[in-house]
Design a protein around this ligand. Structure first.
Ligand code: HEM
Length: 136
């Protein structure tokens, strides 16, 4: 397929945002982890409410970033061989791509497990404070 300069810019931006969305997902996981720790240490009503309100916002943000990654991954896959594949390195890239995908797989599975565990904790805390937090 002929890649015009305009299409090239669009693909590169799309690929860049695929990476940025991944970084945002990872960064927000660390942030959420810190907020969970603060709630666990303080364990009072104020910090629990703060944690639940933050969690609710982060959950929306997480879903948004995840959909962005998945949808942006489709054009990235379509244009991968004509745009990102390094023809000089050729098949030498394959082991590196396999390692990268194995790592991604482990991180995604770990992320899903951590997310489910966190959701259970939030449900318990929500019940304990009988939250009446208005939607932010
Ligand atoms: C939560 C799921 C995903 C995460 C965390 C993720 C993350 C990433 C990251 C960080 C890269 C850059 C690797 C590099 O430049 O070295 C990448 C590359 C890529 N992603 Fe995703 N991605 C995900 C899902 C998807 C999906 C669903 C698709 C396809 C529909 C996709 C297609 C691609 C392609 C074609 C590349 C370029 C090949 C490569 O470098 O491995 N990704 N992904």
């Amino acid at each position: 397929m002929q890649i015009t300069p305009g299409l090239g810019v669009a693909i590169m931006m799309n690929n860049y945002f695929h990476d940025v969305a991944t970084a945002l997902l990872a960064a927000s996981a660390f942030t959420l982890h810190a907020i969970v720790r603060v709630q666990a240490v303080r364990n009072d009503a104020a910090s629990t409410r703060f944690f639940i309100a933050t969690y609710d916002m982060m959950a929306k943000f997480f879903r948004f970033a995840l959909w962005w990654i998945i949808l942006g991954g489709i054009p990235r896959t379509i244009f991968f061989t004509s745009f990102e594949w390094n023809h000089f390195a050729d098949k030498l890239q394959i082991p590196a791509l396999m390692v990268k995908h194995a790592l991604m797989f482990v991180l995604v599975v770990w992320g899903i497990i951590a997310w489910r565990r966190l959701k259970r904790k939030v449900d318990t805390l929500r019940e304990s404070v009988q939250s009446t937090i208005p939607a932010l």
